[in-house]
Design a protein around this ligand. Structure first.
Ligand code: SAH
Length: 205
């Protein structure tokens, strides 16, 4: 499968947001997968990136990005930089992107790679549980690892009307992908279906 076929598949699977489809047609996913996996770069599946982590499946990246409902220039926080691919898609869409990764080797490699690819993304190596309060509030927050519960600091860093997309549930099994919308002190949740993510690891949990 090549990049054009990958985007056609995303459309067939129900992704409608043109900005998301255009960004995924533009970001070279092959630059974010290990060299040994180049031939699989545009297949619709997750791939290992070392340290027992994965670059997410293209369909899931598209689904989560679409659910954020962002317009260009909005500030967005990602927890779980991994390869940097999701951050690159958001940057390609014109967002102001902040991303946190807990594994230093991955965070540092992703930061270098994003820079080489020409994406100006703010990166940090840290436990993402606490979010990034210096730059809050965020119009969108995307968590790309599965947590047993929604980290409270992330909810508090969401702008009024902002959206967070997060897989919640047991690790090593399936989780539910939630879209969480903050309305004042209330939160509304929309179930986006079943997903399988690597675990969200935090000392705070
Ligand atoms: N968005 C990534 C997917 C990476 S997999 C991509 O596009 O490639 C999820 C990542 O979340 C892993 O790299 C893992 O190390 C990281 N992670 C897990 N718990 C975390 C935490 N508490 N804070 C920050 N990163 C975390």
């Amino acid at each position: 499968m090549d990049q054009r076929e990958m985007v056609a598949l995303l459309e067939r699977r129900g992704i409608r947001d043109e900005r998301v489809l255009e960004a995924m047609a533009a970001v070279p996913r092959q630059a974010f997968v290990p060299e040994s996996r180049l031939e699989a770069a545009y297949g619709d599946h997750a791939l290992p990136i070392g340290h027992q982590q994965t670059i997410s499946q293209p369909y899931i990246v598209a689904l989560m990005t679409e659910a954020l409902e962002l317009t260009p220039g909005k500030r967005v926080l990602e927890i779980g930089t991994g390869s940097g691919y999701q951050a690159a898609v958001l940057a390609e869409m014109g967002m102001d992107v902040y991303t946190i990764e807990r594994i230093p080797e991955l965070g540092e490699a992703a930061a270098r790679n994003l820079e080489e690819q020409g994406y100006a993304v703010h990166t940090k190596v840290d436990d993402g549980y606490r979010g990034w309060s210096d730059y809050a509030p965020f119009s969108g927050i995307v968590v790309t690892a599965a947590a047993p519960e929604i980290p409270e600091p992330l909810v508090s860093q969401l702008a009024d009307g902002g959206r967070m997309v997060i897989p919640v549930g047991p690790t090593g099994s399936y989780q539910t992908l939630w879209k969480v919308i903050r309305r004042g002190d209330q939160i509304e949740r929309v179930n986006l279906g079943g997903v399988a993510f690597v675990p969200f690891i935090s000392e705070e949990l």
